[in-house]
Design a protein around this ligand. Structure first.
Ligand SMILES: Nc1ncnc2c1ncn2[C@@H]1O[C@H](COP(=O)(O)OP(=O)(O)OP(=O)(O)O)[C@@H](O)[C@H]1O
Ligand SMILES: [Mg+2]
Length: 281
């Protein structure tokens, strides 16, 4: 489907249900992202400038449902800015950004986008150090329940099952009662990923997730990501090439705000232009 048609679809959806906020309550229902056209995320000709500098320059890219996409590229290539645009933190000057084939992300604000099922992990872990591992995960469930509900929050049985499953997935089942502040850097990163998983995101954006991890933690993070793909779509930005090698299927190389090359890691690593701007440094 062309972006034009997708936009039309989204417009109809929004007007049919009474405008922007009503449109959101429709799409916020889990499982409603329309991926019948084989794309969970779709960017076309996206541009953004900061004080006249084009950080993102006619960027086009799409991600398939369940895919684990790796994004590499030199410092300043626009990788983080791209995630800022997808998550509604930065508004592009031009272009199209769709979640599935009907949700025009540019119509929504950051908190709405998070609730639709796009989870984002920044580089620095932001767990609550004075709370236990389990309390951190419970907190992730409470975010949309309001303050009063939060104070009296008790997970129901489905949520308890989910909590136990997430604890296993992030390799912290044996540390459930530990204070998050006592975890290693890698474990804090996993806990934060776990907090995202509690909300069962369709798409996870992970910016330099293994920076600062030990080799062993990095290896376990690779296992974790491989176990997540399929159920979730992942976009992983990393500079650590051995990590990328372990997890990657398709790799996108960004340079000066646009796609320079795309393919398997081997393909992009043997691309002359990629070697020149990134790998050959
Ligand atoms: N809010 C902003 N205001 C001004 N300039 C910005 C802003 N955000 C990003 N930039 C600039 O846009 C360019 C792209 O930055 P970005 O952080 O997206 O790069 P990156 O690919 O994530 O790099 P790195 O690998 O170092 O994290 C850089 O030149 C950066 O200085
Ligand atoms: Mg960055």
């Amino acid at each position: 489907m062309t972006p034009h048609l997708m936009e039309e679809g989204a417009r109809r959806l929004a007007t049919a249900s009474g405008g922007r906020s009503a449109g959101f309550s429709r799409v916020a229902v889990a499982g409603e992202v329309d991926v019948t056209h084989g794309r969970i995320l779709y960017l076309e000709d996206v541009s953004v400038s900061f004080d006249g500098f084009r950080a993102i320059n006619k960027l086009s890219l799409d991600i398939a449902p369940g895919e684990l996409r790796c994004i590499i590229g030199p410092n300043g290539a626009g990788k983080t800015t791209m995630m800022d645009i997808i998550t509604g933190k930065t508004r592009p000057d031009a272009g199209t950004v769709f979640f599935g084939s009907t949700i025009d992300l540019l119509r929504y604000k950051e908190s709405d986008i998070a609730q639709m099922g796009i989870g984002r992990k920044f580089q620095k872990p932001t767990v609550f150090e004075q709370l236990t591992v389990v309390e951190n995960l419970e907190l992730a469930l409470k975010t949309d329940k309001g303050v009063r509900a939060s104070i009296f929050f008790r997970p129901d049985s489905a949520e308890s099952d989910r909590l136990a499953e997430v604890l296993r997935t992030i390799h912290l089942a044996g540390s459930a009662a530990r204070l998050a502040g006592t975890l290693s850097h890698g474990q804090k990163q996993w806990l934060e990923i776990g907090m995202l998983l509690m909300q069962d995101p369709k798409l996870l954006l992970l910016d330099e997730p293994v920076a600062g991890m030990t080799d062993e933690e990095t290896a376990r993070t690779a296992e974790l990501f491989l176990s997540l793909k399929g159920q979730h779509s992942l976009m992983v930005v990393e500079h650590d090439m051995s990590f990328i090698k372990t997890i990657s299927e398709k790799v996108t190389v960004l340079h000066e705000g646009a796609v320079l090359a795309e393919g398997t890691l081997e393909q992009v690593q043997s691309d002359e232009r990629v070697i020149e701007v990134y790998l050959g440094r």
